[in-house]
Design a protein around this ligand. Structure first.
Ligand SMILES: CC(C)(COP(=O)(O)OP(=O)(O)OC[C@H]1O[C@@H](n2cnc3c(N)ncnc32)[C@H](O)[C@@H]1OP(=O)(O)O)[C@@H](O)C(=O)NCCC(=O)NCCS
Length: 168
């Protein structure tokens, strides 16, 4: 194992980009994220989570790039270092950029960054039963279905990845 993980203090991530093939996650100015083309179905999510990334200490917010084009965001939120847990959210801003492997690659990059640079033990994705792309992206990134969220016991699904069970 590497040396002890550093405690994360960044909110809008400002470090070097992390890459997997043509996909990267990394820093971007808030102005560039707000100016990125975005379909109406996720526009409110883009604005809400960017604002959270700028202001909330329990968020760590990355831009997502495909071939160096800013196509979405992915972030830790409701991060609780005391409990060792975090939620993860993600959106690709345009439909044309979905279904090409970008979401899965971005989630894998954030998973790896989080395990390497924080001491968080449990990473959680909550998604809708009907959101097949999100469900599958979580599964492909190594998260496993563990039950239903209290807020949506019928239409929601909780996926988790535990540090001790993480595999490459
Ligand atoms: C969820 C999201 C980030 C997934 O990223 P993505 O790049 O589109 O997904 P990927 O291309 O990596 O695909 C992941 C898996 O889902 C499958 N998939 C993708 N789109 C799908 C769709 N519309 N219906 C069914 N399966 C789909 C892919 O085939 C792949 O599985 P496979 O390798 O077994 O074939 C992206 O679709 C998105 O931003 N959607 C809108 C916002 C959203 O729903 N965010 C999540 C809220 S919890």
């Amino acid at each position: 194992m590497n040396s002890a993980p550093a405690r994360v203090v960044a909110v809008l991530y400002t470090g070097p980009a992390l890459r997997s093939g043509q996909v990267a996650i990394g820093a971007a100015p808030a102005t560039a994220i707000r100016a990125a083309p975005c379909d109406g179905d996720v526009e409110a999510d883009r604005d809400e989570w960017l604002a959270a990334g700028e202001t909330r200490a329990d968020c760590t917010y990355f831009a997502v790039f495909s071939l160096d084009r800013l196509v979405g965001h992915i972030f830790l939120h409701d991060r609780d270092d005391g409990r060792g847990e975090t939620l993860i959210g993600y959106h690709l801003f345009r439909g044309v950029d979905r279904g090409r492997g970008t979401g899965t690659a971005a989630l894998g990059l954030l998973r790896d960054w989080t395990l390497q640079h924080t001491s968080l033990e449990r990473l959680v994705v909550i998604t809708a039963e009907t959101n097949l792309a999100s469900r599958r992206a979580a599964e492909k990134a190594g998260f496993r279905f563990v039950g239903r969220p209290h807020e949506d016991p019928v239409g929601g699904r909780v996926y988790e990845l535990r540090r001790n069970h993480a595999v490459d």
